[in-house]
Design a binder for this molecule. Structure first.
Ligand SMILES: *Cc1c(COP(=O)(O)O)cnc(C)c1O
Length: 464
């Protein structure tokens, strides 16, 4: 294969131009895409060309074909699902990660990116108030963070009963009992499914979606003694933003000898903001924590973080040479001992860049800003005739209903068609809701004002 020597120059220059044009456009373009996947298909597909195309032409073509189908997730008025934007330092670092092409599994082979990730891991544990000796793995998202942490949990609770799951597998093993709040995120179930642990037994939640400690206690009391138990808690409910009562739940779970995992995909970051850290009181007492960097921290996709307090549990699950009997000092370990992947990109480097760019106060301001804008949005929407905020707005999430399900769905559809904002329709506690997640660093007071106006316009139309 021979491309000319300056191919990188031309292709990268074109990519940078398209990237900047895209980023400049997100402030004013409609937030939603204007074409559907089906409409885009013809442009992207067709027969594979017989021969090569110059790289810069491929970049131009890709930008042109994609333009109508891009969602402006980086817009300050994108509030769909729970998705962050991209901090400038993190995006630029991500470009370098691709240019460097370091397969970040081993410290000796890729020392620069492995060390940057190690430093980022140390900063994270410090910012989030978690045990400094914990192992940190950079995975693709919170789903895989939950998977990784629960994999370590499976190893640990079975090993306490003398069962080596790495060597002997699950067939014939003592059955692991997994308890989770009824409003846990669906991906906890996925992680458990991948691990062969089946569906969790569900524990009742209160009206904000928080696990009820009395119900958890009852479920734990019902577990036959000697049964290996894992309890999955949640920091940040995708609808209400609510946090499980972590301190009390962890205490009762530990009294029963359970491993406690906390899914804090976007909520774990509250620990970095002094005025929200109380939501995570006691969280550091858990055994593992999963979070996302591509949500609250605003690094590019894909980046999640698996944190396990006991490096032995982590490395005997994911190290290629299983069943370590690491004693006092396991050392930093290689990146590939802390994630399911062997080969992977240096996805922790943009985390290093984001943290280095924000500093401690910047991370706190980021979290406080998101939550503050969520509160302002809820206050503005609550003043709209016929709109009702249905959750206690304690963090970054707001759920709204407009009288009845049909009307809520109609308002949501009009809002999305209007293009000023993107907010998702969802169903929570047996009703349709318009869900707003403030997760983008660039959202400002003007975005909030324009968004509340857009909701007012969509709800003023009384056709439904
Ligand atoms: C988003 C989310 C997940 C899944 O995270 P991905 O990054 O999409 O894999 C899990 N739990 C909670 C609470 C979430 O908000």
């Amino acid at each position: 294969m021979s491309f000319q020597g300056d191919s990188y120059d031309r292709a990268l220059a074109r990519a940078a131009e398209h990237a900047r044009a895209w980023l400049d456009s997100v402030a004013e373009r409609p937030v939603g895409p204007s074409a559907t996947a089906a409409e885009l298909l013809a442009g992207f597909s067709g027969p594979l060309p017989d021969g090569p195309t110059p790289p810069e032409d491929v970049v131009d073509l890709l930008a042109k074909l994609s333009a109508p189908g891009l969602m402006a997730i980086q817009s300050g008025r994108f509030f769909g699902w729970v998705m962050g934007g991209t901090l400038p330092a993190a995006l630029a670092a991500d470009w370098l990660v691709s240019a460097w092409d370091q397969n970040t599994g081993m410290r000796y082979a890729t020392p620069a990116t492995a060390t940057a990730e190690e430093a980022a891991a140390g900063w994270l544990l410090d910012l989030l108030g978690l045990p400094p000796g914990a192992d940190v793995g950079f995975v693709t998202g919170a789903t895989m963070a939950n998977f990784t942490c629960l994999g370590a949990a499976r190893t640990a609770v079975l090993s306490q009963l003398g069962w080596d799951v790495a060597r002997d597998g699950l067939a014939g093993a003592p059955k692991v009992r997994v308890l989770a709040g009824e409003e846990r995120h669906d991906t906890v179930d996925l992680a458990l499914r991948y691990l062969g642990l089946g569906s969790p037994a569900l524990v009742a939640a209160d009206e904000q979606g928080r696990i009820r400690v009395d119900a958890l206690t009852e479920s734990l009391n019902d577990v036959e003694s000697g049964t290996p138990v894992v309890v999955c808690l949640q920091a940040g409910n995708v609808h209400s933003g609510a946090f499980d009562p972590l301190e009390a739940a962890i205490e009762v779970a530990h009294q029963h000898g359970a491993w406690v995992h906390v899914d804090g995909a976007f909520g774990l970051w509250a620990a970095a903001a002094p005025s929200f850290a109380h939501l995570l009181a006691g969280a550091a007492g858990a055994d593992s924590w999963g979070t996302d960097a591509h949500k609250t921290l605003n690094v590019p996709y894909d980046c999640g973080i698996a944190i396990v307090a006991d490096p032995v549990a982590m490395r005997s699950t994911f190290g290629a040479h299983a069943s370590y009997l690491i004693s006092d000092d396991p050392g930093p370990g290689d990146p590939l001992e802390k994630v399911p992947e062997f080969s992977r990109r240096a996805r922790g480097v943009p985390v290093w860049a984001a943290l280095r760019s924000l500093g401690r106060s910047g991370v706190a301001e980021l979290v406080e800003g998101l939550a503050g804008h969520a509160r302002a949005m809820a206050e503005g929407i609550a003043r709209i005739d016929g709109a009702r905020v249905v959750n206690d707005v304690v963090y970054t999430q707001v759920c709204v209903e407009f009288g009845d399900d049909a009307r809520t769905r109609a308002v949501t559809a009009r809002l999305i068609a209007d293009g000023t904002v993107w907010m998702s329709g969802s169903r929570w506690r047996d009703r349709d809701v318009l869900r707003i997640s403030v997760s983008n660093w660039s959202t400002d007071a003007d975005d909030v004002r324009r968004s509340v106006d857009a909701v007012r316009r969509a709800s003023a139309d009384s056709s439904v």
